[in-house]
Design a protein around this ligand. Sequence first.
Ligand SMILES: Cc1cc2nc3c(=O)[nH]c(=O)nc-3n(C[C@H](O)[C@H](O)[C@H](O)COP(=O)(O)OP(=O)(O)OC[C@H]3O[C@@H](n4cnc5c(N)ncnc54)[C@H](O)[C@@H]3O)c2cc1C
Length: 410
Amino acid sequence: MRAIIVGASHAGAQLCASLRQEGWDGEILVIGDEPTLPYHRPPLSKTYLAGKSSLDELLIRPSDFYSKKDIAFRHARVASIDREARSLTLSDGEKVSYDKLALCLGARPRTLSLTGTELEGVHYLRDAADIEAIRGGVEGARHVVIIGAGYIGLEAAASLRKLGIGVTVLESADRVLQRVTAPEVSAFYTRVHREEGVDIRTGIEISAIEGEDKVRGVRLADGELIEADLVIIGIGIVPNTELAEAAGLAVDDGIIIDDHALTDDPDIVAAGDCTSHFMPRYERRLRLESVPSAGEQAKVAAATLCGKDKSVTALPWFWSDQYELKLQIAGLNEGYDSVVLRGDPESGRSFTCFYFKGDELIAADCVNRPQEFMFSRRVIGDRIPVDPNQLADPENAINELLKAALASKT
Ligand SMILES: Cc1cc2nc3c(=O)[nH]c(=O)nc-3n(C[C@H](O)[C@H](O)[C@H](O)COP(=O)(O)OP(=O)(O)OC[C@H]3O[C@@H](n4cnc5c(N)ncnc54)[C@H](O)[C@@H]3O)c2cc1C
């Protein structure tokens, strides 16, 4: 029996390890089109961009882990899947057969349709090769323009400021992180970045990226040219679903999987950024873009391939590091109707923004507040009632609030 995993990153690395843990004793082959073993992607915009870690230090597991577990790797691109023949065709035409297949195809950067994106010095930010190209250009660079003020754009801004480079962030929305946080959290990050010397501009329309062969700057719709030696584009991602779609699997903004990470083919599972999964808590299908979710889905997918009954149930969570700020996010804030702040986001660098829907705590953004993050994961995950007024009062110790909340539940 041969299991093939396509995609060698967070989901793929977890899935091959979990297959062995779950008792798969057949062949395991991981096929990935990046030229390395799976590495941690989050540090790319953080320590790796800042030049503080090497790619070897980012490896999820050392190579001898895989050899000891008899897990083989192949650096190649899978071009198509023949489900009837249970075989894959690689981009060089070679065919490889499988008994069970796992798709961990991830996502790629959303591209910007503007003139000038092809110029030397314009980069997207998804894999180690992107960062190596950016790092090559950073030497001697004086000013970088980042297009997009999502987490990745802001993390890149923080890393480049640490290198002493001038940074302008351009965002078309009215505020940074608009898609994912409350206005209070956006205002906090805008303030901190400005304090660190980043030129943050929101509500911006860009007309072109300019230069001869190499980028010279970004032209705004009002005519201003912001000079730049480098431009980094971080405007979101699109899931890699084409392979699955061409093979006739159900796809809708992600490869559709059930609670067991199974696609609509009983021999094919999928996990990670490329999947779309119905989550009862949110009453709809969601495609999560996070390491914890990729890891959980991969564990479940491995169990499924081994004939075991595990389900994807965890509360979504995420993190982002910028400067000395560690943001930890529990739950998704969609549909919130009020927020409660603990700490003051208008001064200092530590607070939590709790999101409520009616009287239920549904999500929390915790900045340098690990205890409140643990509290939130527990309370939101188990739907434990909490009193917003008590939460807002910093005199109430968070562990006491948890005890009280747990007591009121029983
Ligand atoms: C710069 C950056 C910072 C991030 N920071 C955070 C963070 O702080 N916290 C967090 O939770 N998440 C973060 N994320 C998101 C996180 O990295 C992703 O959620 C995670 O990588 C998803 O893992 P995955 O295995 O599903 O997909 P990916 O990591 O995208 O890996 C998919 C792999 O499959 C390969 N592949 C695709 N198609 C084929 C094919 N046909 N043949 C062979 N190989 C193929 C791809 O090249 C890639 O190597 C960050 C992402 C980036 C880019």
